[in-house]
Design a binder for this molecule. Structure first.
Ligand code: SAM
Length: 229
């Protein structure tokens, strides 16, 4: 699967205009609830919330929720200019700083950030493990890394879901977005991604600990909470 920067950036630039609509359609708006729960969990924790990065922020569904935490600065970072441009149209809140950058090179000092969130982004990172090191570098000690993602899963129920996900969604998604590729890529990228247990093992090797998993949907959509060691 081609996850080169050029391919991924081009793909999200291409579908940006239809991204929100299709996202909410395919998840029947459950995705809004999953993101809101992340904010509630952070509110319950006593960790600092002054400086937050929402990585792979896209059009801002997660970053706007994170504003409720009243951070001093919330950096919304993404490689796709078109996704960021749509986010910019939705708000002029001075706390929110939009950044076009690759997760491989974050323009922040070591140990400077309290929380990093990644919503449905890490599966697309070409050099995922190097990105985990980069995230670790900029997070403060005990800082939180929170990832909501679609993981591969071989359960029976998931196989039924895969019919919808592997056949219906690519057809409808590619048609509505006008892309020949994006929604076929989505299915393939999930099928080729790690099961959540394996993902946790890898992340722990990059100096994150205290994981906690919330199964949002069929063991496919999970939110995983980590802390920097
Ligand atoms: C599926 S969208 C998710 C957007 C948003 N976080 C959400 O929850 O709806 C994935 C986003 O990841 C971004 N992305 C992919 N690879 C990236 C990378 N290496 N660095 C930064 N952003 C990346 C894409 O441009 C896209 O906007």
């Amino acid at each position: 699967l081609d996850k080169s920067r050029k391919k991924i950036q081009g793909m999200f630039d291409e579908i940006a205009g239809k991204y929100d609509f299709l996202n909410h359609l395919f998840t029947l708006k459950m995705d809004l609830k999953w993101r809101r729960e992340i904010v509630k969990e952070i509110q319950k924790s006593n960790s600092r919330k002054d400086f937050i990065i929402d990585l792979a922020t896209g059009t801002g569904d997660l970053s706007f929720e994170l504003l409720q935490l009243s951070p001093k600065k919330l950096f919304a970072a993404d490689i796709s200019f078109n996704m960021l441009a749509l986010q910019k149209k939705k708000t002029s809140n001075p706390v929110l700083v939009l950044l076009q950058c690759d997760s491989l090179h974050l323009p922040f000092e070591d140990n400077s950030i309290d929380i990093i969130t990644i919503g449905f982004g890490i599966r697309n990172f070409e050099f995922m493990e190097k990105c985990l090191d980069e995230i670790n570098r900029v997070l403060k000690k005990n800082g939180q890394l929170i990832i909501i993602e679609m993981f591969s899963n071989d359960d029976f129920k998931t196989k039924l879901f895969n019919f919808y996900f592997g056949k219906v969604m690519p057809l409808v998604g590619n048609m509505i977005s006008g892309s020949k590729y994006a929604y076929s890529y989505l299915h393939k990228s999930v099928a080729n991604f790690y099961p959540v247990e394996d993902f946790i093992t890898i992340t722990e090797k990059h100096n994150f600990s205290n994981f906690r998993v919330k199964n949002n949907f069929l063991g496919v959509v999970n939110t995983v909470y980590f802390q920097k060691l």
